[in-house]
Design a protein around this ligand. Structure first.
Ligand SMILES: Nc1ncnc2c1ncn2[C@@H]1O[C@H](COP(=O)(O)OP(=O)(O)O)[C@@H](O)[C@H]1O
Ligand SMILES: [Mg+2]
Length: 256
């Protein structure tokens, strides 16, 4: 059974970066293979992981719907779509990536969504870790991982507006009745200490902070050149912080 980590938070606070950092740490620990799912329509996880992605699941869903009435005789829709989905899975060293992308427009997606869910369910069995980089609203999370997530990480920077978003996301997780075994706030991109006003805000909201990831110039430099996080040295600021917080979360879950 895969250990599923979902990363959420206000756009721009570092969801994708934190997802990428966790993937790097899992790979350094040889804890893979890891399945990364980019579930944010403004997808950029593939670039951070150094993948070139041509096919997205959303695109496939739309294409499948168009072809639904003229599949070759004898080819059941689920077999056809599972084959196509497998083409969308990008395979790398210890890490595979599935990009959800856009494409969920009008039309009934019930059948294709059902096939997608079954496909996700079946491939998850092949990975000890699944990590999802989510859109801020998390609308699709319950549909994609109905079995729930083991760890929800809500990412925020030390800005009161981002913390307010984090609090809303925390409430949304309850409203959507997501099955979440453990949830934490991760403070990212910190320059110096967290202002008291912000710590107060976090405490009042009752959010549990898993850890802090500092602003790391090495990430900024890679980002500027469009280079992947795998080029970060293992002893860097952000990766060292990620190692600590991941160990803390996994220790509590008795994974290490
Ligand atoms: N710890 C960090 N150190 C340096 N830069 C960071 C850090 N975290 C995020 N960033 C930068 O902040 C910007 C937004 O991050 P990103 O992960 O794309 O956010 P999101 O996925 O939440 O929209 C990017 O330019 C990224 O490189
Ligand atoms: Mg992102």
């Amino acid at each position: 059974m895969a250990f599923t980590i979902a990363v959420a938070g206000k756009g721009g606070t570092g969801k994708t970066t934190v997802t990428g950092l966790i993937v790097q740490r899992l790979l350094q620990e040889k804890a893979g293979p890891v399945l990364a799912v980019d579930a944010d329509p403004n997808a950029n996880l593939s670039e951070l992981l150094g993948f070139e992605v041509e096919t997205t699941v959303g695109g496939l869903q739309a294409e499948t719907l168009k072809k639904i009435h003229d599949l070759p005789a004898g080819v059941p829709l689920d077999r056809y779509m599972e084959y196509e989905l497998h083409q969308a899975l990008v395979e790398g060293e210890g890490i595979d990536l599935l990009v959800m992308g856009r494409g969920e427009g009008t039309g009934c997606y019930c059948v294709v969504n059902h096939i997608l869910r079954r496909y996700l369910d079946s491939i998850q069995e092949n990975y000890p870790y699944v990590i999802l980089d989510n859109e801020a609203g998390m609308e699709h999370l319950s549909r994609r991982v109905p079995q729930g997530v083991d760890l929800l990480l809500i990412v925020s920077d030390a800005n009161p507006v981002a913390i307010r978003s984090a609090v809303r996301i925390d409430a949304l997780a309850d409203e959507l009745k997501l099955k979440i075994r453990k949830r934490y706030l991760v403070l990212n991109n910190l320059q110096g200490n967290v202002p008291e006003q912000v710590s107060g805000q976090i405490a009042r909201a009752g959010l549990e902070v898993l850890g802090e990831i500092p602003h790391d110039e090495a990430i900024a430099a890679l980002n500027l050149e469009g280079r992947p996080l795998s080029e970060l040295g293992p002893g860097g600021l952000a990766l060292t912080a990620t190692k600590k917080l991941l160990e803390k979360a996994l220790r509590k879950e008795e994974r290490v």
